[in-house]
Design a protein around this ligand. Sequence first.
Ligand code: NIG
Ligand code: FE
Length: 407
Amino acid sequence: MPDIETETLFTGISQLASPGAGQQRGAAMRELTVIQNAAMLIRRGTVVWVGKETDAPLAAHVHDLGGVAVTPALVDPHTHAVWAGDRLNDFEARVAGQTYESILAAGGGIRSTMRATAGASIPELTDLARPRLETLLRSGAATVEVKSGYGLDFPSELRMLLAVQLLAADTPATLLPTLLLHVPPETGRAEYVQAVCEELIPQVAAEGLAAAVDVFCEREAFSVEETRSIFQSARHYGLPFKLHADQFHSIGGTELACALGALSVDHLEASGEAQITALGASSTVATILPGVTLHLGLPAAPARRLIGAGACVAVGTDLNPGSSPLYSAQLALALSVRLNGLTLAEALTACTVNAAAALGLSDRGALVPGQRADFLALHLPDWRDLAYTLGSNPVRTVFVAGQPINQ
Ligand code: NIG
Ligand code: FE
């Protein structure tokens, strides 16, 4: 595939739709800029000019996109894309009436994925994860967060993070590894949390193995006090932190995360007024995961109320074998409109700049001068097809730093 030259003017853009750069909160999430008959100048992987094609500056090279819509590339701020084994028995049992939580409490669910993942080598893990990440990338996600959390012990957690590092070296997408403390051991949990704080987190920070630390704060997983200790350790060792909270029960994790300045709180299906108020008043991103609502039949996270309270809402796939086998960032965007009531403009903002903010990134997600030139050329001339289409891919080409990765 020929490389696009270092300075290229992209023309033939029927519509260019983009939110403004940086985190967008509340009503600002609806403020897209949509330019008809647009052009975009990219220099060395960065956007330097965007406007009407008739006003475009001269450039060394021109690339005609042929009259299609362009949006920023999507950012998937929440995946568990590295796992071994499957959860097909769980799925069948749930369809027959068992709940996700009862399966987990009986030693299945996440714990069964942990047993399978702990038995896999790093090459087996990368071979399993690579096609999943390629599918996400083709769906429009040029930046993808990938969590550990299926390790049975520290060495297997570290193997998962090493697998993400190897995958990152081998893809044009940006992959960001997160150390996830998922479920505590059945015995000796106080000692386990202490070792997480005093051994695992310092090692992960010292070796640069993760960009953030995450905790699953839930009745069947870590308590609020355990979460607090883990966050304090993350902060001490210079790692940002985020949280899985309010998936089934609101036990106080969201309030803690907002008070301590977490990057994001994710799930929020069971959030009520207190949690919505806390997110609305903090810069912590509220990440909603419509794939979980669909697959587990949970209530939808209260996105309208979050936006009404002034929160910064992002959307992720939560790609994982148990609660969200969703391999498309575009479909997550489309589902957030149907299941969470986002407007089309809010959904684009949630999947671009706000999802980047959930990862602590402000250099991408908007097609304005100074941002990374990660963008999508769709098949159709109207950008709204990105939110409309279900089950077919409306993305024709994904550009990463100005280069096409599929054509
Ligand atoms: O984000 N709820 C906790 N963790 C994941 C699910 C992981 C799994 O079921 O394997 C989630 O939903
Ligand atoms: Fe998750």
